[in-house]
Write a protein that binds this ligand. Structure first.
Ligand SMILES: Cc1cc2nc3c(=O)[nH]c(=O)nc-3n(C[C@H](O)[C@H](O)[C@H](O)COP(=O)(O)O)c2cc1C
Length: 409
């Protein structure tokens, strides 16, 4: 049974975290391998006789949610439900909560959320669609709602509790995995968690990457990031030791700030021919002090594409190796590349190493796709079967050309 956390975060206003650790999930959005799991976080705030619920959990945990919720408040007493984002990992338990509440609570969300609540659950009554920047005084607290479209859906908004400088972000500020703590007070926990935040950002929000920077800039201009004391996301750790850090991390991933010397090497190799070219490239990289991070698809290994995507933002450059397979790119690299171009399309140099038997296609096809993307094409080196000494020279030269575009490690 997934672990449930019910934690009192503040005395005034009375504020609770309701978190469930989903260690049963394997594929987030039925796509992204997350053996590390994920948490769903909801929050309850009591202020002068009003009770505000911020988001819920996934529908499969609706019973557990109602039980956790009932331990801090009688659901009938909930006066307001804020829906930051209607994706069902946060809104799935809403129908059950509304039933227990007797449909008394006012539901607050964006105009888009209002539309989706109707499509997903047939919820139409008592829904207030906020305007961007609208403030609502509930009890002694002022809730300011700020729309952040496409971070992650068009319906997305955050709440800023003006008096206490709290941001309730839902997907904004979230990450994968099940941290062994509720907040960022332990640096080791944070260090272990941040790569899962990167993986989450790329796989979940990467398609809308430009909106990450734009939207964070928007709330920065409102002065909210400079002032914030606590960030309460819908997944993962709460930020209250260093609340700005999670936004700095989001901006870093959005901008693709590289780690010096990191080169991401991805290849398939059915019988070892591509691998020979790759090993030469890796040797040349290491000779120049670079740090290759290698993911290979072979007859023994098939890494998770979600993990590969999480490695792209802080890489300085990429090397892609692929064999020609039925006059196309090998299927594993074809899919991986498709997802990289969709979710992690950054202005980084790419060297392509293709291998073929009778008519090379993989290298050429990858080159066409790379040239249409934001990545910078460096060279395509095609090898026919075994890697000859001449091929080796071309590969080493290609790597040196790639390196010449990067800063010294
Ligand atoms: C199932 C299969 C399909 C292939 N299709 C092509 C092809 O369409 N054109 C081609 O030139 N070579 C083709 N090849 C040959 C490989 O591209 C070539 O042997 C390459 O060097 C394999 O490298 P690898 O063993 O590292 O995967 C195919 C090989 C296999 C096993």
């Amino acid at each position: 049974m997934p672990k449930v956390w019910i934690e009192k975060l503040l005395e005034e206003p009375e504020l609770y975290l309701l978190r469930i650790d989903d260690d049963k999930i394997r594929y987030f959005e039925a796509t992204w391998d997350i053996p590390e799991g994920i948490t769903y976080n909801a929050y309850v705030m009591k202020t002068d006789g009003n009770v505000i619920l911020f988001d819920t959990w996934k529908r499969s945990y609706a019973d557990e949610f109602l039980k956790a919720l009932s331990s801090v408040v009688d659901p009938k007493d909930i006066t307001h439900i804020v829906v930051h984002h209607t994706e069902p990992d946060h809104s799935g338990a809403l129908p059950v909560v509304l039933e227990a509440n007797g449909y008394r609570a006012k539901i607050i969300g964006t105009t888009f959320a209002k539309r989706l609540l109707n499509s997903f659950y047939g919820i139409m009554e008592n829904v207030h669609a906020i305007k961007d920047g609208e403030e609502l005084k509930i009890g002694s607290r002022t809730l300011k709602f700020i729309t952040l479209p496409w971070l992650h859906w068009p319906d997305t908004m955050i709440t800023y509790v003006v008096e206490d400088k709290i941001i309730l972000g839902c997907d904004v500020g979230g990450g994968y995995s099940i941290p062994p703590a509720i907040d960022d007070s332990n640096e080791e926990v944070v260090e272990r968690y941040l790569p899962y935040v990167t993986k989450y950002i790329v796989t979940v929000i990467g398609h809308y990457r430009k909106h990450i920077i734009q939207n964070i800039e928007k709330i920065k201009k409102l002065g909210i990031i400079d002032d914030v004391k606590i960030v309460l996301p819908g997944h993962g750790l709460i930020w209250r030791r260093n609340p700005k850090r999670i936004f700095e991390h989001y901006v870093k991933v959005g901008a693709g700030v590289p780690k010096k010397g990191k080169v991401l090497v991805i290849y398939d190799s059915m019988y070892g021919f591509v691998e020979r070219s790759i090993l030469i490239a890796v040797d040349e990289l290491k000779k120049h002090g670079f740090n290759p991070i290698i993911y290979s698809f072979t007859d023994k290994d098939a890494p998770a594409v979600s993990d590969i995507l999480g490695e792209v933002p802080d890489s300085e450059a990429l090397i892609l190796g692929a064999s020609t397979y039925e006059a196309n790119i090998h299927p594993r690299i074809r899919y991986t590349l498709y997802e990289i171009l969709d979710k992690a399309n950054y202005e980084k140099p790419v060297l392509i190493l293709g291998t073929f038997g009778w008519a090379g296609v993989a290298g050429r096809e990858i080159e066409t796709l790379i040239k249409k993307s934001m990545f910078k094409h460096v060279s395509t080196i095609e090898v026919n079967g075994r890697t000859t000494p001449e091929d080796e020279m071309r590969i080493r030269e290609g790597v040196r050309k790639l390196i010449s575009l990067l800063s010294e490690p």
